[in-house]
Ligand binder design. Structure first.
Ligand SMILES: *Cc1c(COP(=O)(O)O)cnc(C)c1O
Length: 411
């Protein structure tokens, strides 16, 4: 088995596909019992489960208010709407498309700032260069690693903008001061979709210390109807269903053990792969803890293969990977008309070299070891693999060869 990569003629290292992500959904008798009880009660929305889930997550995050919504995207949309912001919003281009969409759905303008190739999060200096005059900075805790909130908050204060977080990846992560992701800026918005650390099937959570913002968000998620059928704002149908809250509540007590497993697996990947030239790892701020939503490596030229070639070689071994986030927002069809006003060199480098490897909360350490052994073998045979791939197809390998969105749902 060990030795010759599949692209050079061996059978694949894995007989079944190793998925890049896999949702961890409690499905024990207690969960099924609660679902049954909710179905029989007829109260399938706007009920006690969502209220309890909001209280329990607020306690977990140690924040004053959590508002549950139908998705992170909905949460971001409603947050910008409730704040009544106009004009420009600074976002990383190295992020998932929903970060940008929320801005544009609100009729606001995107301003892309660069991301640091080491941290994969917004570079505060790049933000400082474009933030003057912007209404908001919407930062992302990329792959679950908290961004540099202190410096971003200083930039926001200087430029008179509010600081918000797309914390889709971040549930369970910690800032260097020991507080949880969810506690900084004016508000942070989490995703509960299947590939995130805490999932409710689908859904989103907005955490904030601002009581009146929380109240407005609760109105906004029910069409802007504060109760009298005399809408006070243009809201959305953006509720989290009771069924999803049941799933989220069942997952929450398990999360600390899942997070520590993810952190162990990430450390194990990094230990196993650290000897390979040309592989780089995301740096996490000292004292901070990533939620490890994803384990992502940078594939630099010294590895001997391009990122897409390594992905193709791993796909041949039945190891699924994702080139998160390629293309970055400023190169996506819908955003190509957005003026690029500062260098996005770090973003372009990240997009061209990042590769997300399999990670999920119940993954065995031995699986990480086997994937790492395969990557070692691929590296050892890089020259011959490059020869095979470049002869077969001189154009870059299509990244879709390694993605199967239908398998895990979404991003
Ligand atoms: C997954 C994701 C979202 C969207 O989350 P939904 O709950 O599916 O709307 C937004 N931003 C980032 C960075 C994401 O990865």
């Amino acid at each position: 088995m060990i030795g010759i990569p599949a692209l050079l003629g061996n059978p694949p290292a894995f007989s079944e596909t190793v998925p890049v992500a896999r949702p961890t959904m409690p499905s024990g008798p207690d969960v099924l019992e609660r679902i049954g009880a909710t179905l029989r009660s007829g109260q399938v929305t706007n009920g006690a489960q969502v209220r309890a889930f909001e209280e329990e997550t607020a306690e977990f995050l140690n924040v004053p208010h959590v508002v549950a919504v139908s998705s992170c995207t909905t949460g971001l949309l409603l947050l910008l709407r409730c704040l009544g912001l106009r004009g420009k919003v600074v976002v990383p281009s190295f992020t998932f498309m929903a970060t940008g969409h929320a801005v544009v759905w609100n009729g606001m303008e995107l301003v892309f700032a660069d991301s640091d190739p080491l941290t994969c999060t917004l570079d505060p200096e790049s933000v400082a260069a474009v933030a003057p005059g912007a209404a908001a900075i919407l930062a992302v805790h990329t792959f679950g690693a908290p961004c540099d909130t202190e410096r971003l908050q200083a930039v926001a204060n200087d430029s008179g903008s509010v600081l918000l977080f797309d914390a889709a990846h971040g549930f369970g992560g910690r800032y260097p001061d020991g507080t949880m992701i969810g506690s900084k800026g004016l508000a942070e918005v989490f995703s509960l979709s299947p590939t995130k650390t805490l999932s409710a099937g689908e859904g989103g959570l907005i955490s904030t210390g601002d009581a009146s913002l929380a109240r407005d968000l609760r109105t906004a998620r029910v069409y802007g109807n504060a109760g009298g059928y005399d809408a006070t704002m243009v809201g959305l149908s953006g509720r989290l269903p009771e069924m999803a809250a049941i799933l989220g509540r069942a997952a929450l007590p398990m999360l600390p053990s899942w997070l520590s497993r993810r952190r162990e697996l990430a450390a194990r990947y990094q230990r196993n792969l650290s000897g390979i030239p040309g592989l780089g790892f995301q740096s996490i701020m000292t004292g901070a803890e990533s939620s490890v939503k994803d384990f992502t490596v940078r594939v630099d030229p010294e590895f001997g293969l391009e990122r897409d070639e390594l992905a193709t070689a791993l796909a041949a071994e039945n190891v699924e990977t994702r080139p998160y986030f390629d293309p970055p927002l400023h190169r996506q069809a819908v955003y190509r008309n957005v003026p690029v006003v500062t260098s996005l060199a770090g973003t372009d480098r990240l997009s061209a070299t990042s590769l997300t490897l399999p990670m999920h909360s119940l993954m065995q350490s031995s699986l990480v070891d086997r994937i790492c052994a395969v990557i070692h073998d691929i590296h050892r045979h890089a020259e011959r693999i490059a020869g095979v791939l470049r002869a077969a197809d001189p154009a870059p390998q299509p990244v879709t060869a390694v993605s199967s969105p239908e398998r895990t749902g979404i991003a």
